[in-house]
Design a binder for this molecule. Structure first.
Ligand SMILES: Nc1ncnc2c1ncn2[C@@H]1O[C@H](COP(=O)(O)OP(=O)(O)OP(=O)(O)O)[C@@H](O)[C@H]1O
Ligand SMILES: [Mg+2]
Length: 205
């Protein structure tokens, strides 16, 4: 399905702890100061169903098949997309999502080994076919930031898994025009400035 709206959809992607949430906070500050109508949400989450699913997915004491994990992510995504993202796009807002379909491709297809065509199909279903205008991939190898300890299912999955996820992101980037790699700088404000330059060059702000 295609939607006609004046909004813009931006997704942030990258490995664990590379600074996605940090950059999203800085972008939210910039949008607020510049009076850009915007909406920020995260995946999985953003809705009552999404937040419950997030708890389930993060609980390392619960075992599940990788297929179950995939379906739970898509269930949360369908709620977030239908209830939060599409209405905001229809209001003409710039919508920023902390992780979206590329996370599922990188983690479930490249990381866990679920068949790519199945992941692509479920990504289209979970995102209700909404079009992404720009994906900002914070390009740093997994665990570049070692200040944090693994405390959930994904972070516990092991170095080889996270290496496949990183390679997966790189592979997605090759085939998607919307995908822009952003190097991560030691100074987070420098990264934030680069991101704003990219948004301006793509006429998003
Ligand atoms: N440029 C930077 N240099 C050094 N440390 C940073 C930088 N940006 C963020 N950090 C720190 O790195 C940690 C992880 O950042 P953040 O939570 O933003 O990552 P994330 O990509 O959202 O992680 P997750 O995948 O777990 O959601 C935080 O403690 C944050 O303060
Ligand atoms: Mg984060």
């Amino acid at each position: 399905m295609t939607y006609s709206h004046n909004g813009k959809l931006i997704t942030f992607e990258g490995c664990e702890g590379v600074g996605k949430s940090t950059q999203i906070r800085l972008l939210e500050k910039y949008f607020t100061e510049a009076n850009v109508p915007c909406l920020f949400t995260r995946e999985p989450g953003g809705t009552p169903v999404g937040e419950r699913v997030r708890e389930l997915l993060k609980d390392k004491s619960i075992e599940m098949f990788c297929e179950t994990e995939l379906l739970l992510f898509e269930a949360a995504r369908r709620e977030n997309t239908g209830r939060i993202i599409i209405p905001a796009l229809e209001e003409g807002k710039v919508v920023v999502v902390d992780r979206y379909i590329d996370s599922t491709t990188a983690y479930q297809a490249f990381g866990r080994g679920v068949d790519r065509a199945t992941v692509d199909m479920l990504n289209r279903y979970g995102s209700a076919g909404v079009k992404i205008d720009l994906t900002l991939f914070l390009d740093a190898p997994p665990f570049a930031n070692t200040s944090r300890t693994a405390d959930d299912r994904m972070e516990l999955a092991g170095a080889e898994f996270h290496k496949r996820v990183y390679e997966g992101y790189k592979a997605i980037g090759v085939s998607e025009e919307r995908f822009v790699s952003v190097p991560t700088f030691e100074d987070k404000n420098v990264t934030a400035e680069r991101i704003i330059e990219i948004l301006k060059s793509r006429n998003i702000v």
